[in-house]
Design a protein around this ligand. Sequence first.
Ligand code: SF4
Length: 466
Amino acid sequence: MDPQDPRPTLSRSLGLAPELSPQPGSKRVFLRTFGCQMNDYDSGKLRALLAKDGYATTDEMGEADLIIVNTCSVREKPEQKLHSFLGEAFAVKRRRGGRATVAVAGCVAQQEGEKLLARYRELDLVFGPDAVPGIVAMVEASKRAPVVDTQFLEASDYVFADELDPTAKERVSAFVTIQKGCDNKCTFCIVPMTRGPELSRPSGDILTEVRALAAGSVREITLIGQNVNSYGLKVDGEKTFAELLYAVAAVPGVERIRYTTSHPRDMGDDVVQAYRDLPQLTSHLHLPVQSGSDRVLRRMKRFYTRDRYRELVHALREARPDLALSTDVIVGFPGETDEDFEETLSLLDELRFHTSFSFKYSPRPNTSALKLLEREEAVPEEVAQARLLRFQERQRIISLEENQRMEGQVYPLLVEGPSRHDEGVLCGRTSTFKMVNFPGDLSLVGQTVPVRVTRAFTNSLRGEPV
Ligand code: SF4
């Protein structure tokens, strides 16, 4: 924190109790989320905990008593988004004569901590992912003095918030966290620094949450964690990830199960077998490869080879022939040569990922890939940009070709809701996670209906009910 800043800082250990007992709905929270599903999920928990304290959620920042931005630091752009968001939030706070609390949560908060208070003197609260369960006490404390809470808790002290996101029960699809943090040390990745060590949530609590969601309108459960395949392995007597999949599939009302994120090194034969046994397990898998070059994979410390990845994909496709794969790719990792990049392209051609999230390497603070940069192994910006464009263009063609293969076929769609753009049009997803827009009545939301694909685009499909 800025030593010039006269405001004292309170810490989490004060165990502060809320001073106010507002009537339900008398306070409003505006919550903006950047980044991954883990952040979406944490935001849901924040909404749930604040609702218990009488906060209603608002979409109008201007009328909020509490403004929270849940941040991501995996790439540079989300950090920049934070800066413009805070400008808006402080303008609201000023307009309201200071009667609004502004908070930064998530990975940027975890990474920057007190530095954020020093930079933004109107900021009231900065807290990392481990502090989410203490939101109500932190907000009250921050009314007296700015609060920073970026501690990682010991495994024995960490509590997964069990409160259900009030909006989740009304949806067709919901996230359920099974794990927090990551024990891997991929050299490009900031997550172990921002989310702390891996911890598996007790399977009993996971199944309680799944049952509560499935008892409402939720038909599709997405299990989320940084490395779901290592779920339970470090806890005596806990289920493995594959066993958890079977248990979730046995919950009445659960029609579809997805999960993310997988690490190819940790995916075992038991999970491959689950694709044979469990019809609820959808035919889509996000399996980040990051690079097609063994040399780059070694330098990323991914601990698998191109061949191991290929074998795994072939085993999965044998177990589930219609499996659609998506992946993550980083181009321009320090030291990546043209030959390395060509290997990534050739893997894309061979495995035909249906979609991919591809990015130029972005140096992140305190990651070990920075040492490679210090050795002046940075790939020039224009080279990295040209590689990214080539990769994305190749992916665009493959995505379109894969979607075109679906034209004329009928697929069961889980109907998620109305289209945001066209009245009278509904959106639904195939088991392979393809979005199909088709004309239909709102009464179909939440149901699984057969739809024929009539037109393919790169990122979506159009269809008609059968
Ligand atoms: S597995 Fe690697 S990329 Fe994924 S969160 Fe952990 S360190 Fe980051």
